[in-house]
Each structure stands twice: as C-alpha cells, then as structure tokens.
Design a protein around this ligand. Structure first.
Ligand code: G4P
Length: 525
C-alpha cells in the first residue's frame, strides 16, 4: 500500500467523558467490532476500580497493564483505528489533557440522564482550543433520561458547539424501541439485553406503514413528528462544519447493550479526519510528506522497580517511522535509532518495523525525552500545540531531607519534564509551588522522588485557585500589574510570567481592572 493510502486510512481519536458515562464500555464494544478483543470485560478488567481509592500504588497495581491500554489499535473495514486512552477517575491529570493534543478527532460519551458533566466540559475546552472535530454518543438510552431535544440544547450550550442528530431515539428506558438512523436512513430495532448487533430495517421512507407495524402506530407518529421538527430546526449535516470543529453529529444508543455502537463506528470511520497538517514554529507539516517527523506527548514511567525505564509516546506527524533508522532528536541535536519501538495492537504491545503518520509509537526511554520533544528525519522542527494547562491544585514543595537537596532538585526537574505536574517559583518569597490538575499527582511525585532519586519532600498547603499565564502589549501596564500583585507573581519553568490567583473573584477583578492584560489558561497562546 502506498504511503498516502496508509495515512489516509488512519483514524486516531480519543473517547472522552465524565466518569461512569460509559467510556470503558463503549471502548470495549468498539474493540469487539474490530476483532481486537473477543470477550466483553477485557478492557474493563484493567480499569481502576471505583472504590474511591486515593492510594496511588494501589491504583498502579489495579491498572496493571496501563501502558498497553494507553493506545489501542485495531483494524475495522479498510481503516486502521487508534484509540488513545484518557485517564479519568482518580488518575485524572494533565496527561489527560495532553493526550488530546495527539488525536485527530474525539468521541464524547454523555449519559442520557446526567447530560454534560464537569470533566466532559473541561476536556471539551481543550478540543475547542484546537478545533478538534467532535462526535457525541448519548449513552444509556435503555434507562430513563432527559428529553432528547432538551439534551441537544444542553449539549450545544454547555459544550459550546453546534449539534446535529444523525440518529434519533424511539422512546427511552423501559419503552425504548430503538433509533432511526438518519445517517444511513435505516430503522434500528432494539431488543433488551441482547448483546448483538441491532436488527436493521431499510424503510421505503419514514412514512412507510411498515414503521407503524414495527414500533406501534403511536410511536411511529411520534417519530415522524420528531423527525419533522429535526429537519425544520437543524440544517442538513455539513461534514465541513464537523471537520472545522464547529458542528458535532449526535448518535443515541446503549453501549452496554451494544446498541447504536456499530452505527456510530460506521459513520465515524467515514467522516472522521485522517491525520491533518500540523503547525510547527518553522512551517506547516503535511502528514503525506515522505520525511518522518513526530513529537512526544506522553511519558509513561515504569513503576516496576526491576525495570527502571520509561516509555515515551510519539505521535507520528508525517511520513513513515522505521525501526533501526537514525532520527534527529531536535532539542539534543543528536541522532538516535530505536531497535525496539513498540506499537499497540489489540491491547498487546509489540515491536514494530514501521508505522505511519497518525500512529503512536512507544520508545523505551531512560530520561532523554521531555514532553514536546521532536524527532525528525533531519529537519529542525518545533511542534506547536502542546501547551501546559492551567493547574487547579497547589502545594508548596518543601525539602524534608536537607542532605539530599541536589537529588530533590534533579528529581523535581525531571518529573516536570515528564509532564507529571508544573513547577512555579513565587517571585515574592522564592518558594517553589507545584501545581497539578489532580490530587493524586502529589502522592505520585512524593513517591517517585523517594524511590527514584532518594529525595524526600513535604507538601505545605497554599490556598490558590488558578494559575494563568499573562502578557500584554503595554509593558508599563504589565509592570504595574506585577507590582500590584507582587505576592502572587511567579515564573514557570520556561521563565514566563504566571499570575497565581487565590480565588475566582480575585481573578475576575484582575481581569476587569487590567483590561490591557491578557490572561491565558494554557501556556501556549
Ligand atoms: P466510564 O468508563 O465512563 O467510567 O464508564 P463505564 O463504561 O465503566 O460504565 C459505567 C457504568 O455504566 C457501568 O456500570 C456500566 O455497566 C454502565 N453502563 C455503560 N453503558 C451502559 C448502558 O448503555 N446502559 C446501562 N444501563 N448501563 C450502562 P457499573 O455497575 O458501575 O459497573 P459494572 O459492574 O457493570 O462493571
């Protein structure tokens, strides 16, 4: 197959949701369709149990083969699909956001009863920043939930994106009868508790008397009425609007009952984008260029003390990656070759000889990589679009063993390079502040500092609400602001100005009082 055909058939995406909406169940059903797993429960067994454990080692143990579930590749029809896992429950971290910088599109799972929840909203903000195309799957239609029209309004308002139903439910909960598949113009009938593909009926048109026979006269009349309303309210589905990240097609179904999943997948492979051009500081990189380029978006530390190494995950942005070929590590300006790169197929990690733009490759690493590093066939490129995200939890970092100051310094720097958390130095008192988006990261850092670097740290609470990067075209205004907020000014690792707001109100007032200053919630602007 030609390079172009290989890249064209790739679909690299992430499923995002609030915990419990059904992400794991949907992932699993997609893998079943792809023949990547053969029994239901295979993905689930890797999932962190919901018993609200806050013990990080326990979570690592439960995760077991978490490296293998970081990326799940499989073939479906003529497509090569890569699903990137976005850690969710207790292990929600900046990593979760960063994964979204490596995907070409996203499927959002929403619980029909709960609608849009916090975590979905946060992750959607990242998608919006990058204009990532989004599809929505409304799950658990076998249960009572919100009125579908109300839910569409909520999705539009809460996610800040236009919506367009491409399937429509006939009732829900106990009386759920199935969906009308608008995308394929078919009726999909639901049989409760039947873990097989739904029964599809091709109707002449929605007015066909067969519909009355299949779902009852009353439900057929309601469906016709709903469809009329949909066609009246929503413009016809425009794929260009979807690809521009402005319009999300919506499907309804029940992942647990494997209902509506195949329809979602069939539409997904047909309309979701293959790898797209990516911006670098130097130029735009087209995926179909023959030269290889890629960037590191995730570094997974190996928790097994007997195999002390990491895996660096590379998103291939252009061309073809090959085993045992020299590539340039741009930041270090040195050549590197990889004899054991891994790819992730059917939940198994295996050595690969080649991989193409869109794919993710795992490279064994012993501290050479940091998040955002670029590998190329030779050209100097710096990929954009890998920002740090504004953390929401903060602690002062205190050295608990003064004899190990150097080790602490080295350890904390390396962990920050890995993207575990962010370090800020308060310019007023010179104290180090670590910021994260998940509570668990503090435990992770403490544990790893001790076990990998022999350093000990202590956390001291600091009451902060949010960190944001600031800039202004007016240097005087910037100076005034920094003077006024001196106690709350810090520098990040790259030496950029960061304002540490101690409450939402303070942040709002600062934004009002200093109109010439721009406040950014990610480090790239
Ligand atoms: P998550 O990864 O987004 O956190 O969600 P997950 O798939 O684990 O699903 C959360 C719960 O919702 C699970 O139940 C799952 O069985 C259930 N679920 C998923 N899809 C559907 C659906 O279409 N209909 C209904 N009724 N339930 C669904 P659980 O009891 O928490 O876990 P388990 O004991 O079934 O593993």
């Amino acid at each position: 197959m030609s390079l172009e055909a290989e890249i064209q058939r790739r679909r690299t995406f992430a499923i995002i949701s609030h915990p419990d909406a059904g992400k794991t169940t949907l992932t699993e059903k997609l893998l079943l369709f792809g023949g990547a797993i053969h029994v239901a429960g295979a993905v689930k067994s890797n999932k962190i149990k919901k018993t609200a454990t806050s013990d990080w080692m326990e979570i690592e143990k439960q995760r077991g083969i978490s490296v293998a579930t970081s990326v799940m590749g499989f073939e479906y029809r003529d497509y090569k699909i890569n699903i990137l896992d976005t850690p969710g429950h207790q292990d929600f971290a900046e990593d979760t956001y960063r994964t979204l910088t490596a995907v070409d599109s996203v499927i959002i799972v929403v619980d029909t009863a709960k609608g849009v929840e916090t975590q979905t909203r946060k992750l959607m903000n990242v998608c919006r920043m990058r204009n990532t195309p989004v599809m929505i799957f409304v799950n658990k239609m076998d249960r009572e939930g919100k009125d579908p029209f109300d839910l569409l309004d909520e999705l539009e308002a809460e996610l800040g994106i236009g919506v367009r139903p491409l399937s429509w439910p006939i009732n829900q909960g106990f009386s759920f009868k199935g969906v009308y598949n608008i995308y394929q113009d078919k009726l999909e009938l639901y049989t409760p508790n039947k873990q097989t593909i739904s029964e599809s009926v091709q109707l002449q048109n929605i007015g066909s008397p067969e519909l009355d026979r299949l779902v009852s006269e009353r439900d057929a009349a309601k469906l016709r009425e709903d469809m009329e309303l949909i066609e009246g309210v929503y413009p016809a589905f425009d794929i260009q609007e979807y690809l521009a990240g402005r319009l999300a097609p919506v499907f309804f179904g029940s992942a647990l009952n494997t209902f509506g999943v195949k329809e979602l997948l069939d539409c997904f492979v047909e309309i979701a984008p293959s790898p797209r051009p990516i911006h670098t500081l130097e130029r735009e990189v087209n995926p179909y260029e023959s030269n290889f380029s890629g960037f590191i978006f995730k570094i997974h530390a190996n928790m097994d003390p007997n195999h002390r190494s990491c895996i660096a995950f590379v998103k291939i942005c252009s061309g073809k990656f090959e085993r045992n070929v020299n590539y340039r590590h741009v930041r270090h300006n040195k050549l590197m070759r990889f004899s054991a790169p891994t790819a992730f197929m059917a939940q198994k990690k295996e050595t690969v000889d080649e991989a193409f733009a869109g794919d993710i490759v795992g490279l064994p690493d012993t501290g050479t990589f940091k998040i955002g590093d670029t590998l190329t066939s030779g050209e100097i490129l710096h990929f954009k679009g890998l920002p740090s995200f504004s953390p929401e939890m903060f602690n002062y970092l205190e050295n608990a063993d003064p004899m190990k100051t150097k080790q602490l310094e080295k350890g904390i720097n390396q962990l920050m390079d890995e993207g575990v958390a962010q370090l800020f130095v308060n310019q007023f008192n010179n104290r180090k502040i670590v910021g994260t988006v998940g509570q668990l990261q503090f435990e992770v850092i403490q544990y790893r500092l001790l076990h990998e670097y022999g350093a000990q740290c202590r956390w001291e609470p600091v009451n902060l609400h949010k960190a944001c990067w600031i800039e202004s075209d007016d240097p005087q205004e910037l100076e005034n602001f920094k003077k006024r907020k001196a106690q709350y000014m810090a520098l990040d690792k790259e030496g950029r100005d960061v304002f540490l707001a101690d409450s939402g109100y303070v942040l709002m007032m600062a934004q009002q009082d200093f109109q010439k200053i721009r406040f950014h919630f990610s480090s790239e602007f």
